[in-house]
Design a protein around this ligand. Structure first.
Ligand SMILES: Cc1ncc(COP(=O)(O)O)c(C=O)c1O
Length: 498
């Protein structure tokens, strides 16, 4: 067993235990070898020194770097190798970006293909064969109604910029201002995207407002905002949306759009119930409100369908797409019905809208997902992993709920010894969740947390994950939860705040 991994920027001084040596076939199948990554290996950099320099120089606003104190030097598929020689199964996948995992051969070939032709790498929004192919590939995946006559706008290369574009688009097209958004939503970090997101901390700290946002409760069973739960809770959420928008005395001016995630990711992996989403489509159609589906995280097969809205058979007016469509490089677009195309040249601009490498990598990724039906694979494998986690939940009091769709899975960590509320939910346990993440890392598993209380373990493995790798993830996660719970229980028994 290798030495413990210290966390230089962790003021508590706690140590991350060293991961178990990789022994499963999952690792072997995916192992980072000299043959797969390149023959010449330079000497490994000093991981601890790099981490120390990062902690000293990088901003306090850094995020993943705090909870995952590793220095990746090589990666392939689902496996990341640190500068210290340890290997990890990556269930974060660049926050859901890496549909094909790290350095997939088709992605590398596409990037090399562009480099070898001498094509320009940066061309603003000019037409190129690379862009043309990307658009063809993307449109081949869209709901037919959007593919037939849709328009695409290339945005600055982040999901949040595409959200800004979508908001501008629908406001310009309708001449209205308000946008309906949902509790728990996450749409990005720029001003407009923050305004329609649920978290108030950054808005409060910076004085950024929520503008013309009309906020409605997002339905969820475990912590139902109506205290009802189940299908009746979902119906109540739909009923409230309809009555608010239809009520002439409700004080809400007719909105330009409604923005919704088909599965709330950062909000705690909460799938929008199909019937609720269909009702949102009916309400918006009846009232001339543009329905914006934020598919930044759910897109390209992640949820077991090509697009998250496909589960409900809903066709939005606008789709915001990023992450996976760049094949691991930055790319973001909005796709929308032609009738909305009423803005003017330069209404949404940005220097970096022409990243040819990202378009080539993205086109290759989209084609690969389609040809290999990785959306269906994600649906099947996701159901198996979720089922196994639900079985675990029956014996593991630290798990309150397992939910999600496809390979977008959430495991809510709760107070193991607390009693349930009227709906059967136990209080969230964010400190225990942090311990689970640390124990998982120590076992060679990269996971992140999300949710309103930061107590939901989020699994976003690549869509290429194999059954053997899934078993390794399950084993490590289950061990991590048990180890964290045991330590948590012992500390609580000592009277120490856990
Ligand atoms: C649903 C959703 N929308 C928008 C964004 C913002 O994307 P980006 O971080 O690329 O700006 C995210 C990021 O996680 C997201 O999950």
């Amino acid at each position: 067993m290798t030495a413990a991994l210290t966390r230089p920027d962790d003021r508590s001084g706690t140590e991350v235990p060293a991961p178990k040596e990789p022994t499963t076939d999952g690792f072997a199948a995916d192992a980072v070898t000299e043959a797969t990554i390149g023959r010449q290996r330079s000497p490994e950099p000093d991981a601890q020194a790099i981490l120390r320099r990062q902690a000293a120089r990088e901003s306090s606003a850094r995020t993943y770097a705090r909870s995952l104190p590793i220095v990746p030097v090589r990666a392939r598929g689902m496996t990341v190798e640190g500068a210290d020689g340890r290997r990890y199964l990556d269930c974060l996948s660049g926050a859901g970006t890496l549909a094909l995992g790290h350095n997939h051969p088709v992605v590398l070939a596409a990037i090399r293909g562009v480099l070898d032709t001498g094509a320009p790498l940066h061309v603003l929004d000019l037409a190129t064969p690379v862009k043309d192919r990307f658009v063809e590939e993307l449109f081949a995946t869209l709901p037919p109604e959007l593919a037939r006559d849709g328009r695409i706008q290339f945005c600055g290369p982040a999901g949040t910029d595409a959200v800004e574009a979508a908001l501008k688009l629908v406001r310009t097209a309708t001449g209205r201002r308000g946008v309906v958004a949902f509790t728990g939503a996450y749409h990005g970090m720029t001003a407009g995207a923050l305004a329609v997101s649920g978290d108030t901390a950054i808005r409060d700290a910076t004085g950024a407002g929520s503008g013309d946002t009309i906020r409605l409760p997002f339905p969820q069973g475990y912590r139902c905002p109506f205290g009802i739960g189940g299908v009746r809770g979902e119906r109540a959420a739909a009923y409230q949306a309809r009555s608010l928008l239809e009520d002439p005395g409700g004080g809400v001016p007719a909105p330009a759009g409604m923005i919704v995630e088909p599965v709330q990711g950062e909000g705690g992996v909460l799938p929008a119930p199909d019937e609720w989403l269909r009702e949102m489509r009916r309400i918006t159609t009846e009232r001339g409100i543009a329905l914006i589906a934020d598919e930044v995280q759910t897109g390209l097969g992640r949820t077991g369908a090509m697009w998250g809205v496909d589960h409900a058979g809903v066709v939005p007016d606008v789709m915001v797409v990023s992450k996976a469509i760049g094949g691991s490089l930055p790319l973001a677009v909005v796709v929308y019905r032609a009738e909305l195309d009423r803005w003017w040249p330069g209404a949404h601009a940005g220097t970096f809208r022409g990243n040819q490498l990202a378009m080539a990598a993205g086109a290759a990724t989209i084609a690969h997902v389609r040809e290999h039906r990785l959306d269906e694979h994600a649906g099947r494998l996701g159901a198996r992993v979720s089922g196994a986690l639900r079985d675990l939940m029956a014996a593991q009091p630290a798990i309150g709920e397992v939910r999600g769709r496809g390979l977008m899975i959430g495991v809510e960590i709760v107070e193991p010894d607390a009693g349930p509320d009227a709906l059967g939910a136990r209080p969230p346990a964010p400190r225990l969740a942090v311990a689970v993440r640390r124990e998982a890392l120590g076992r060679g598993l990269i996971i992140e947390l999300g949710g309103r209380h930061n107590s939901v373990v989020r699994l976003l493995p690549p869509l290429t994950m194999t059954d053997v790798q899934a078993d390794a993830v399950l084993e490590r996660l289950s061990d991590a939860i048990e180890a964290a719970r045991a330590a948590y229980g012992a500390r609580s028994a000592d009277g120490e705040s856990a």
